[in-house]
Design a protein around this ligand. Sequence first.
Ligand code: PA5
Length: 363
Amino acid sequence: MYGLDGPDALQGDSLGLIRGIGDSLEAFDEARAAAEAAEIPWPADEIDSVAVCGMGGSAIAADLIFGAYRERMLKPFTVVRDYYIPGWIGERTLVILSSYSGGTEETLTAASQAIERNALCVAITSGGKLARFYGPEGVPIVPVRPGLQPRAALLRLLVPMLVVLDRMGIIGNVGSDLEEARGTISTAIAQMGPDVREEANPAKQLARALSASVPLIWGAELTAPVATRWKGQFNENGKMPAYASVLPELDHNEICGFGGMPAELAHLAKLVLLREPRHHRQTERRFDLTRELVEPNVSQVLAITAEGQSPLARMLDLVMLGDYTSLYAALLRAVDPGPVEVIERLKERLAQTGYGRTAEPPS
Ligand code: PA5
C-alpha cells in the first residue's frame, strides 16, 4: 500500500504540484494586484453582455465564477468553449480571453472573431500568441506567471477574472469576498497540505476512499461547476476516469441508467455529493431522495458540504479539497500527477496540420 506521509511520499510528483498549492496565497495576491493594475479602457456602461472564451483549465474559472455569483450577475454571461463565438457577441460585449498558455487554438480562433466584431476584449494569459498578436492590437493583457500547468494556475486565472468583472460592473463589490477567500485557502493548506498526516488529513482520507474507484461527482447550483473541476482534476492529476453531473437535471434522465448499471461498474462507482448550505430547499430534497434511489447501484456514497460565508469562500473550500484529493489519489495510484502527456500529444498532432504551423493568428 502506498503511503501519503513521510519524506518520500511526494517523490512521484515530478512537477511539485502538491507543494505548489502551498503558494496559493501568494498566487492569489499577485493575481489580484495584476488585475487591479491592468489598464482596461472599456467604460462599464458600454457593456451589455459578457463572454469568456477558453478551454479546460482556463475555462473552468469562468464556470466557477458563474456558479458562485449567478444571482449577483448584472449582465448576461456565457462561457464559450468553441472555435465559433455566438452571433450576439458584438461591440457591446465584454469578451474575456482566458488561456493560460496563450496558445490554445480554440481560444485564438474565438479571439480573432471577437476582435473582428469590435468586442471589448481583455486577455488573461501568461503570454503565447494571445499576448503577442493581440496585445499590440490594443487588447489589455492581465499577465499571469508562466511555467505552470494551467490547472495549477486556477487562482491565477480566477481571481483576475473576478476582479475584472467587478471593475466592469458585472458583479458588484467582491472585495470582502476576496478577503474571506484568502482565509479559506489558508485554512485548506493548513488542514490538507502534505505535512498533515493521513489520520488528520481529510483530503488524504478521501483520496484513499476514491483512488481505486470511478468517482461520479454530483453538484448543483454553486457546486455544479465544482463537480466539473473535481472531475477534471481526477482525470488530469489522477489519470483516472471520473464523471460529473448536475442536479436537478440528472433527475430527469441519468437516474434511469443506474438501475441497469453493470455489476463491474457498480462495484467501482463511488458517488460524491457536493453540497452547500444555501442550496434551494428542493435541491436539498433532491440530493437526499436521489441518493436513496441510486445508492443500491454504487459501491459507496460520500457527501461533502461546503463551508464559508461568501459564495467565493464556499466554492473555493470545495475546490481546494478536490485539488488536494485528486493529487493524493495520483500518488496512491503510483502515477505522476503533473504531466498530461496525452493532452500535449494531441495538441502537437493538431498543430502539425493546423493553426499552430502558421505565423499568423487564425481567422
Ligand atoms: O489542464 C490543462 O492542461 C488543459 O485543460 C488546458 O487548460 C487546456 O488545454 C487549455 O490550455 P490553456 O489553459 O493553456 O489555454
